[in-house]
Design a protein around this ligand. Sequence first.
Ligand code: IMP
Length: 423
Amino acid sequence: MAVDLLLGLQWGDEGKGKIVDVLTRNYDIIARFQGGPNAGHTLIFDGTKHVLHTIPSGIFHKTALNVVGNGVVIDPVIFKKELENLDKHNIDYTSNLLISRKAHLILPTHRLLDAASETSKGKAKIGSTLKGIGPTYMDKTGRNGMRVGDLELDNWKERYDSLTEKHLKMLNFFDVQIDYDLKELEAEFLNGVKKLKTLQFIDSEEFLNSAIKEGKSILAEGAQGSLLDIDFGTYPFVTSSNTTAAGACTGLGIAPNRIGDVFGIFKAYTTRVGSGPFPTELFDEDGATMAKVGHEFGATTGRPRRCGWLDLVALKYAVDVNGVTQLMMMKGDVLSGFNTLKICTSYNYKGEEISHLPYNIEPENVSVNYTEFKGWKDDLTKMTSANELPQNLMDYVAFIEKETGVPVKIVSVGPDRKQTILR
Ligand code: IMP
């Protein structure tokens, strides 16, 4: 059976958590393939809001198994808090949450290095969530990292101590003051490890490939968005993993010829949190309205998100890089009330009008051209079927489908699981 992928096509925060939750009933296994607690996947159902950072969004369904894949980085401290939140809602994760032995661990000193690196960058800072993501992936590729499987070794604490010592020396290279209490951080970490060790550690690539052979259905869940991909994103203002479809292969040990559908999630407009170029960013009333109506604040850091019109140039790029087979449009309801809507259909770049994403998209290199659409006034949030959607919205969707060549299969009209229109 093929493995389907679900990933974000913009700069993250597209609403992946909600769609995984909606789709989970169709799958036996939900597997997270990259990123770590920099992610914040929000799910709302039965009047309660849940935010997951590392745990796959299938955890609220009794029938699904949830796998944290080898490509993910885990902070035991944050993981423990996530588990405690599940405890509060009586969600039993003892038998349906499985952790790859090959997933890397975020140490407290990774977080300190992240903070020191960002502070030392001054104005050029990336706007990292400061969860230690970059330094942990650096240790992974530098072949110094600690993995979940190491926790099963008798000498894991010695390994931890020696890596921590190395990190403390590295911290001295940064010419910045970072205040910390290592003892306190370490106590928290050890508590987190204790909790993590109560879960089942697995050889996830073997587990998933056996599941495929047995005919089980798998949904691979991505984090962040394609424009934050370490290779294809707006480097250096990106995260440190492959957020695109290829990341599911390396982050789970699944071969490319096992991939079936690729679900690409995008917002009806665009948001970005943190620094970096954003050609369609709005600094006017329209942007402020999107931020207010869309509650555009980061689920992990609470930072306000920057808002702008939909960028079709960037969306088409993400559709290509990921091989998207179905699109899902989120937050259509947030655009209700605008007289005119705009979609960026080309860039002006080095004296030419282009419709592909060039190497440089900073404001000094790129300006945007828009196609305008008539807005709609209807409140979409109570709508339950596609034939209730206003014609102007359908025109907006049809244009996106024509330009990308991919059908929009879901239009989301609110944060709740129920506010999801299938087409
Ligand atoms: P880091 O991955 O925490 O180092 O952050 C690198 C960049 O990616 C920053 O601009 C963050 O704001 C952004 N980022 C990381 N994770 C997310 C996410 O889940 N949603 C949106 N932006 C993110």
